[in-house]
Write a protein that binds this ligand. Structure first.
Ligand code: NAI
Length: 441
């Protein structure tokens, strides 16, 4: 079996950590049991490009139980848990291509390995796999990592196109990936249907808010071991993720400042009790900064130069472009790694700024990503969306689709059931009342 991981001897540790995660993933476990008998993905090759974590292990073993021939590559160079990668190869015979800390070239060589699997179904977190397949088939060599472009150019034209021809459809996990896919659809280049898992209510309302909220604070604390209480914590972006991080930082006793570009979200932050101001005004005030926007260069050179001596800067948005790290480097006279996930930059003005986790998703770089009980719902959406795509791709167009509402509601129902929470049901009278316009005061 072909694979590329750090160290197979880590498998024992990974096995126990996966076991621990699976204990709090009851919805996905239920789906796995059904998949094992019904085999809805039988005979399908599936390439997954996801953060290689314990929860992802639970997902890919579910897909395998459903009959899929699965391979897994990393969706971020710094998010891989090497022990999990080893356990997936050793115990489940799932080819994994992921090594924590891999360089850009290796990252794309791993995506290439997933692509060479010739998937019928793709599963992405950030759309790097889907975009690579399109770049090769559409011969957009300048958009590809040079070694992947070289490999693509070496293929006969027919073979390049056949990568696309094999794909029935895909699923996408995160906000940034969905933004990229919608832009592909708008430009008329998307060549197969993709289900936006992120748009399911049982995904972004919980994973992005509570998962990112808790794990981002966890990552910042593990990286720095600094006290949040009494500090000033600046959150850029008050979307689903930003709301979660702001709430958790406030819960730790930090004074939270929110920076936004959208007036509605800014207003919501004001009414949620936060100070709201532009990043240029927040820069000299913050002790901690965290970006969660999905945007580029949100904190720039002029802001770094305004920061206090000792400010900690981090990002929990999908790509490492939210902090302008090249300009941070240009404006620094020296640099050293002071702790495992902390780099100290001494600026030209003599002040020190600490960059956490290389500006990559801090919750996955320095901590373990989202807790499994929240990934239970996200990955239940992934598994059921893959099944839906396998069944219905023939009737679907080359578009980005939402997760079908019945899947979303069923996951909420199962999650409540697993938590032992019962809810009311509408009486016939109430059902009729809510469906009619006849009755007023
Ligand atoms: P969202 O679209 O709900 O929120 C993003 C917010 O950022 C919006 O309110 C937008 O107006 C704001 N924004 C954009 N540019 C800005 C700027 N220059 N300054 C200040 N605010 C700005 O998106 P969501 O779901 O909160 O996701 C944010 C990012 O986090 C995405 O890249 C997503 O892929 C990623 N993500 C990361 C996770 C993690 O594990 N760390 C988990 C889930 C999502």
């Amino acid at each position: 079996m072909d694979y590329d991981i750090k160290d197979m001897t880590l498998a024992d540790k990974g096995r126990l950590r996966i076991e621990w995660a699976v204990l709090s993933m009851p919805v996905l476990n239920k789906i796995k049991e059904r998949f094992a008998t019904e085999k809805p993905l039988q005979g399908l090759r599936l390439s997954a490009c996801l953060h290689v974590t314990t929860e992802t292990a639970a997902l890919v073993t579910t897909l395998k139980a459903g009959g899929a021939d699965v391979v897994l590559c990393a969706s971020n160079p710094l998010s891989t848990q090497d022990d999990v990668a080893a356990a997936l190869v050793a115990d489940h015979e799932i080819p994994v291509y992921a090594i924590k800390g891999e360089d850009h070239k290796t990252y794309y060589s791993h995506i290439l390995s997933a692509l060479k699997h010739r998937p019928h179904l793709t599963m992405d977190d950030g759309a790097d796999l889907v975009s690579s397949i399109h770049f090769i088939a559409l011969e957009r060599w300048d958009d590809l990592e040079p070694s992947v472009a070289e490999w693509g150019k070496g293929l006969p034209a027919e073979q390049r196109k056949s990568f696309l021809a094999d794909v029935m459809g895909g699923t996408e996990e995160t906000t940034t990936g969905v933004i990229r896919l919608r832009s592909m659809e708008k430009d008329g280049v998307l060549q197969f249907p993709v289900i936006s898992v992120n748009d399911a209510n049982t995904k972004h309302l919980f994973d992005n808010r509570y998962g990112t909220g808790q794990s981002t604070i966890d990552g910042i604390i593990r990286a720095t071991n600094r006290l949040l209480a009494g500090s000033t914590f600046v959150v850029s972006g008050y979307g689903w993720c930003g709301r979660g991080v702001a709430a958790r930082a406030k819960g730790h006793g930090a004074h939270v400042i929110v920076c936004e570009v959208d007036p509605l979200r800014a207003l919501e932050a004001v009414m949620d009790g936060y100070r709201v101001m532009p990043i240029a005004e927040a820069a000299p005030l913050g002790d901690f900064f965290c970006t969660l926007t999905g945007d580029i260069n949100v904190i720039r050179a002029e802001h770094f130069l305004q920061m206090k001596d000792g400010a900690m800067i981090s990002n929990s948005g999908h790509f490492d472009v939210e902090l302008d790290i090249p300009r941070l480097k240009e404006n620094s006279v020296s640099h050293r790694r002071i702790r495992e996930y902390v780099e100290e930059y001494t600026l030209k003005n003599g002040k020190r700024v600490y960059l956490l986790g290389e500006g990559r998703l801090i919750n996955l770089a320095a901590a373990e990503g989202h807790p499994s009980s929240v990934m239970d719902m996200s990955f239940a959406n992934q598994a059921l969306s893959a099944e839906y795509m396998a069944r219905n791709h023939g009737q679907m167009q080359k578009k980005v689709y939402p997760v079908p509402e019945e899947i979303d509601r069923e996951i909420a129902r199962l999650k409540l059931e697993s938590l032992g929470v019962k809810i009311d049901t509408l009486t016939e009278e109430q059902r009729a009342y809510l469906a009619s316009w006849h009755m007023g005061t």
